[in-house]
Structures are given as C-alpha cells and as structure tokens.
Design a protein around this ligand. Structure first.
Ligand code: ADP
Ligand code: ADP
Ligand code: ZN
Length: 214
C-alpha cells in the first residue's frame, strides 16, 4: 500500500502515520524527519536545509526529490509506505509520478486531513516528542498517561522542534496554502483524493482513515 497524507502543519499527519504503520505494516516516510536527521548529522543537504526550515520556508524541490527517491528504494519500503510531508509542491507531485513510473510502483490514494488553520498554532506550539522512540505528544491534547514518562517506551526525555514556534508556524501555514494546497487539485482531477476531518479526536481520525484504507 502506497499512500500520501496531505495537510498543513499540525493537521495530525505524523500522529496518524505512526498508527497506520502498525496496522498496515508499512513505513512512514516523513521528509521533515529525514531533513532533521540530515541537519543533526551536519551533512551537506542538512546544511543547505537548516536556515530554510528555521524560517518555515520550503527546501528546494530538487534536494527533496533526490532524498525521497533514494529512500523508497530501500528494503523496508517493499511492503509499502505513507508519504508524510511529501509531495509539498506541484513539481514534487509530478516528480513523484515519474519516480513511480520508473520504479514500476503505483499510488493507491491520497488523503487530505482537513483542519481549521486557527487551531493549528495551538497544536504546533504544544507539540513534543519522546527523544528515545519518537512517539508524539501534546501539552493539552495528548499527554503521556504518566506525567514525564513515554507511554510507548518508558523514556523520560522529550524534545521540542526549533521551528515549532508561533511565528514560524504562520510562515509554514502560508507556504502550505500557497504551494502545497494546489496539489489537492492535481490528485482530485485524477480521482485519487479522499478527505478526513482532522478536527475530530485522534481516535476518530484514525477510524476515518482505516474506513477509507480498508
Ligand atoms: P503534523 O505531522 O501534521 O504536523 P502532528 O501529528 O505532529 O501533525 O500533530 C500536531 C500536534 O497535535 C501533536 O502534538 C499531536 O499530539 C496533536 N494532535 C494530532 N492530531 C490531533 C487531533 N486530532 N486532535 C488534537 N490534537 C491532535
Ligand atoms: P510539519 O508537517 O509540522 O509542517 P515537517 O516536519 O513536515 O513539518 O517539515 C518541517 C520543515 O521541513 C518544513 O517547514 C520545510 O522547511 C521542510 N520540508 C519538509 N518536507 C518538505 C518538502 N517535501 N519540500 C520542501 N520542504 C520540506
Ligand atoms: Zn518513547
């Protein structure tokens, strides 16, 4: 199964992708996570991306396309994957089509997580992640069952992203509407686009997704 999740920052793409990974035995491919790993490793790509990410802009298409093309060739992707945060521009969507064709792969569907922008600042500024296993949490909406302890791995260290501040979120929302939202039309025209209500509870969104995916 090969699917794309589309939605603005804070829509819940990462949260849902982690749940779909387990249910369908497919891997989450988050270009944001991949870029943060490049930044942490101090690679050339990471060096080019860092300042852009800190400001909430989009990293150039050619860098992203090369990164994802190499990733989907890896063995763990053989059973399928969820693209989270890619494609983010029409040229990226076109490049993905070419890539799939060249690799003999087929896209099963594209799901847009529809949310109110007004709610996304609170979602993003309250977001934190387990440093050990990457499980996602929120100060208000998804607290660990036991304060300070990861539900998933028992870890007690958490991190917050440098770009999860109000000013950068507003830039990222703008980039989403200017550059990413047009790809819903690109897939809609081909009958590939479905939507879920991202303002519903996390469990309810998962149910809507699994109803679509079967
Ligand atoms: P994205 O990957 O789309 O940027 P995340 O999955 O990281 O978004 O979710 C952003 C924040 O909002 C996280 O802290 C997460 O715990 C929380 N969250 C995700 N989905 C919901 C939801 N349906 N209702 C309330 N909070 C949510
Ligand atoms: P979120 O879903 O919370 O907006 P991501 O983790 O997907 O954030 O992305 C973080 C940052 O990484 C983006 O603001 C952007 O600078 C960069 N980025 C991630 N994916 C892409 C992409 N497909 N194209 C261009 N830039 C990207
Ligand atoms: Zn953990």
């Amino acid at each position: 199964m090969k699917i794309i999740l589309i939605g603005p920052p804070g829509a819940g793409k990462g949260t849902q992708a982690k749940r779909l990974e387990e249910k369908y035995k497919i891997v989450q491919l988050s270009t944001g996570d991949m870029l943060r790993a490049e930044v942490a490793a101090g690679s050339e790509l990471g060096t080019q991306a860092k300042a852009i990410m800190e400001k909430g802009g989009l990293v150039p298409d050619d860098l992203i396309i090369g990164m994802i093309s190499g990733r989907i060739d890896q063995a763990d992707c053989a059973n399928g994957f969820i693209l989270d945060g890619f494609p983010r521009t029409v040229p990226q969507a076109e490049a993905l089509d070419d890539m799939f064709q060249a690799k003999g792969m087929e896209l099963d569907g594209v799901i847009e997580v529809v949310v109110d922008d007004d709610a996304m600042v609170a979602r993003i500024t309250g977001r934190f992640t387990c440093a050990k296993c990457g499980a996602g949490y929120h100060d208000t909406f998804q607290r660990p069952r036991q304060e300070g302890v990861c539900d998933n791995c028992g870890g007690s260290e958490f991190t917050r992203r440098a770009d999860d501040n109000e000013q950068t979120v507003r830039e990222r929302l703008k980039a989403y509407h200017d550059q990413t939202a047009p790809i819903t039309g690109y897939y809609g025209q081909r009958g590939l686009l479905k939507t879920v209500d991202g303002m519903a509870s996390i469990d309810e969104v998962t149910k809507q997704l699994t109803d679509i995916l079967g």
